[in-house]
Design a protein around this ligand. Structure first.
Ligand SMILES: [Zn+2]
Length: 129
């Protein structure tokens, strides 16, 4: 997986100047951790999976898991979605900016306790899906 520090300018796949990175984690770089599970955050992000952006042909595995295997997300225990080959966009209407995150962010939050920046969380909660 490509690593980008949270809230740096997004340049990975061409994009407008107002797009910022969130959730591009790697095994060797520090990331913020939450002490509590964040189910509300995860379910809001799941709603965005059907509107994913920049789908690529390759699949990124999670570097934080010890085994290199595809990561699936299970919604309601039924539908299985392959993560690691698309991105999500979250608009911050207040700051007029966009956050670009890998769809693996769902896995990072659920399984590795990743805590995205608070401004990202606020924008996500304010988003009408
Ligand atoms: Zn993992």
């Amino acid at each position: 997986m490509t690593y980008f520090k949270d809230l740096t300018k997004y340049h990975y796949l061409k994009e407008e100047d107002v797009t910022f990175n969130v959730g591009w984690l790697s095994a060797v770089n520090y990331y913020e951790v939450s002490s509590k599970p964040q189910p509300r955050l995860v379910s809001k992000l799941r709603l965005l999976l059907s509107k994913s952006a920049n789908k690529t042909r390759g699949i990124h595995f999670c570097e934080l898991c010890s085994k290199q295997k595809p990561i699936y997300d299970f919604r309601n225990g039924k539908r299985k979605v392959l993560l690691g080959s698309a991105e999500l966009r979250i608009i911050n209407q207040e700051k007029k900016i966009i956050y670009a995150c890998p769809d693996l962010i769902i896995h990072y939050i659920e399984c590795h306790k990743y805590k995205p920046p608070q401004e990202f969380i606020n924008a996500l909660y304010n988003l009408k899906v």
